[in-house]
Design a protein around this ligand. Structure first.
Ligand code: GCV
Length: 723
């Protein structure tokens, strides 16, 4: 059955709102089906093309009841209208009470008698404010599906989940889905500057139009919030950790408040990165320095009473404008950013001062552990642990220490940072990087789900076997009172949000894993492909297989066997293994790979830098021994002779060449796979990805040839015999 004409008008209006963009004209919207160009993300809601399935779904949903009156419930109604009309190609009426079978009922016990009367049959008391249940029930002898939650935000998450069931062609009979987030704070971190540039951003300029706000509120902000909410993200840090103090000026706070107003009904709180020297007068700012602020003080010493009062006043000003403001993210004493150590104070002194200012309002501090001053230890990989672990137990209750997944810096592959598990009295927030700073920017297809799973499943042995990183950050291992995860986002103002269509899958995967880290990378890829590209089973499998091997493929053509930090200086895109001209040793590639006539790799064993000793004994033992160290980390922990026999029977040199080659071959595989699914993909999207894959092929070859050519100068071995 086709939508009635009135319904068509509603749908067109919704499409204009939901898919809005400067270049989308009314005429083009009227012209028929929307042009999928990536803007729609995984929320396309295109018609179910399998006639049998369509029939089944149409018969299971005959009407919808959403009685709540909040803004969030309004969003739920809009989403269901757009979603069901798009997917089912049917006019589904919204009604107020059950008068027939096959209603979809969305409500909380507070606003919906039907849900209230279902009482204990719905496990709402275990679901908190964000969880939800989707259940098939009988109400007065009539079959229905309920989406129930304690609060409206739970209903919104449940609604998105319900629509996925159809988007991914799941059966709708006998539903009993119970879901709640395993992690409390699920944040994206923007590294967006106030001038509109994005540090390590590869998808255009910042989404935030600071010059227009607060008077003009771009409709894209709502689409952004909707996309984040659809995968369970509940917070956003709006600005770069290399923070410009201006963000705390009254005029900027009003702009931030306008964004917070848009995001609030989607369950998303705003947070800000703050510059530790904000209280200092600008007249003390040094040219080209990241220090200096917006206040009128001479110091930002965290133990100075005037400084403490400055932050308290600032917090009061913020909460006056944004009552649900989330808190501060801080990069201190790192890469030129100011911090408490400038005054001989500790990271805990700095974090606690801010925590005290935010505490009366329920705000939190996320204090980054990304520090690596050379004085701490000659091996950069050891520095964060050495600075932070002695401070365990010294932070206020509303402070997280936020650490990157690995000990260096979002390299293509790292072992887990040893700080995880080593600070049982301090909630640790995991920082992942969605933007592909070291993984080919938005030019390479690299699905990060498998990488994040490798980290999350890493067994730290902090409390015996099974002490995975996931259990540490979700609080189940060490009983953290607050839990959190952050992803440095890959979003910009490009039409398709992320630069590369497949980079959207990383945004999606981050959200899904932050909600439930037990989900598999394959399942997440499956959902994303179905919702974004196609539901054809063969095509889904082909695309999934491209995605699932793409991270390992990239590791192979960039930094196989535990190599790291050998990229082009500054730009972090192409290879630069020869680089040795940096102002500090640990910014040079040669510091990390240590190639010489004997072999390759950084000796971090107990006879080298002894970084292995920062891991719990069971892990330390495995990493320390060159014979038991997993080959994927071999050159991270050991300096290995060129002739060493590897598990494959090849020598290290041969294995290195083999890995570089297999990385390049993987890109060829992806090109072939992608060509084989052409008929299932919208032409514009197909062409976009095809072009990117050609760039990736060229780049992978450059990585291989540069690195093999460079290392060959040390190994003095021939390349041809090893391939
Ligand atoms: C925001 C790396 C990146 C920097 C980034 C820094 C950080 O060094 O290259 O761009 O700065 O990490 O995480 O603070």
């Amino acid at each position: 059955m086709k939508c009635k004409s009135l319904w068509k008008i509603v749908l067109i209006t919704l499409c204009l709102i939901l898919h809005s963009h400067r270049s989308t004209t009314f005429a083009s919207a009227l012209a028929g089906a929307p042009q999928y160009d990536g803007y729609q993300l995984w929320l396309k809601y295109s018609r179910v093309d399998d006639a049998e399935k369509l029939d089944e779904y149409q018969s299971v949903i005959s009407a919808v009841i959403v009685n709540g009156q909040s803004q969030t419930c309004g969003i739920i109604r809009d989403e269901l209208k757009a979603g069901l009309c798009g997917l089912l190609d049917k006019d589904i009426p919204f009604i107020e009470s059950i008068d027939k079978s096959n209603c979809l009922v969305v409500g909380t016990p507070g606003d919906c008698d039907i849900i209230k009367e279902l009482g204990d049959s719905l496990p709402l008391d275990t679901l908190g404010r964000e969880g939800f249940v989707i259940k098939s029930v009988q109400i007065d002898g009539k079959q229905a599906i309920v989406v129930a939650a304690n609060e409206d935000i739970g209903l919104l998450y449940g609604t998105f989940n319900f629509l996925w069931l159809i988007q991914t062609r799941q059966p709708l009979d006998d539903l009993n889905i119970i879901s709640k987030p395993r992690i409390q704070h699920r944040l994206v971190n923007h590294w967006d500057n106030l001038n509109g540039s994005v540090e390590r951003g590869y998808a255009g300029r910042s989404l935030w139009k600071w010059d227009e706000l607060p008077d003009k509120v771009d409709s894209r902000y709502r689409d952004y919030a909707r996309a984040n909410a659809s995968v369970g993200i509940n917070g956003t840090v709006l600005n770069n950790v290399n923070a410009n103090p201006d963000i705390l000026k009254p005029e900027y706070l009003k702009k931030v408040a306008a964004l917070a107003d848009v995001f609030r009904p989607y369950g998303i709180r705003v947070y800000l990165s703050v510059n530790f020297s904000s209280p200092i007068s600008a007249k003390f700012k040094l040219e080209s320095s990241r220090r200096g602020g917006i206040g009128d003080l001479k110091t930002s010493d965290p133990l100075d009473l005037q400084v403490r009062q400055w932050w308290k006043d600032k917090a009061a000003e913020i909460y006056e404008l944004i009552p649900d403001f989330g808190g501060f993210l801080v990069k201190a004493n790192s890469e030129g950013m100011p911090g408490p150590q400038d005054y001989d104070r500790t990271h805990a002194d700095g974090a606690n001062m801010l925590a005290e200012a935010l505490q009366p309002y329920g705000g939190i501090v996320m204090w980054r552990a990304f520090v690596y001053v050379p004085q701490t230890d000659p091996d950069r990989a050891k520095r964060a642990y050495k600075e932070f672990v002695p401070l365990d137990g010294k932070f206020h209750q509303n402070v997280f220490v936020q650490s990157k997944n690995g000990p260096i810096d979002f390299q293509p592959r790292e072992p887990v940072a040893p700080i995880f598990g080593a600070m049982p009295k301090t909630p640790l927030m995991l920082e992942l990087q969605i933007t592909q700073e070291y993984l080919g920017h938005s030019k390479h297809l690299v699905y990060l789900g498998p990488m994040w799973k490798e980290y999350l499943e890493f067994d730290t042995h902090a409390d015996g076997p099974g002490s995975t990183l996931a259990k540490i950050i979700d609080g189940s291992l060490q009983g953290y009172k607050m839990t959190g995860i952050a992803g440095v986002t890959n979003i910009g103002d490009d039409r398709n949000w992320c630069g590369h269509l497949f980079a959207q899958a990383n945004w999606y995967a981050f959200g899904r894993l932050s909600w439930d880290h037990s989900l598999g990378a394959e399942q997440i890829a499956d959902e994303w492909v179905r919702a974004t590209l196609t539901n054809d089973a063969d095509a889904v499998n082909t695309i999934k297989s491209m995605m699932l091997g793409s991270w390992q493929g990239c590791v192979n053509y960039m930094t196989p066997l535990g190599l790291h930090h050998i990229m082009q200086e500054g730009f972090h895109y192409g290879p630069g293994p020869q680089y040795d001209k940096a102002p500090r040793a640990d910014w040079n590639s040669v510091y990390y790979h240590r190639a010489d006539a004997d072999g390759l790799g950084f000796d971090r064993s107990c006879t080298g830098s002894n970084a292995v000793s920062q891991y719990f004994p069971a892990v330390c033992e495995v990493f320390n021994d060159v014979n038991t160290c997993p080959e994927k980390y071999l050159l991270w922990f050991h300096h290995v002779p060129w002739d060493r026999k590897m598990d494959s029977g090849r020598t290290l040199w041969e294995e290195l060449c083999y890995n570089y080659n297999s990385g390049v071959k993987y890109v060829d595989k992806m090109i072939n796979d992608w060509q084989s699914v052409e008929k299932y993909i919208e032409p514009q999207l197909f062409a976009h990805v095809s072009e990117k894959l050609q760039t990736q092929k060229k780049d992978a070859g450059i990585w291989r040839d540069t690195c093999i050519g460079y290392f060959q100068k040390f190994s003095k071995k021939s390349v041809s015999e090893s391939n």
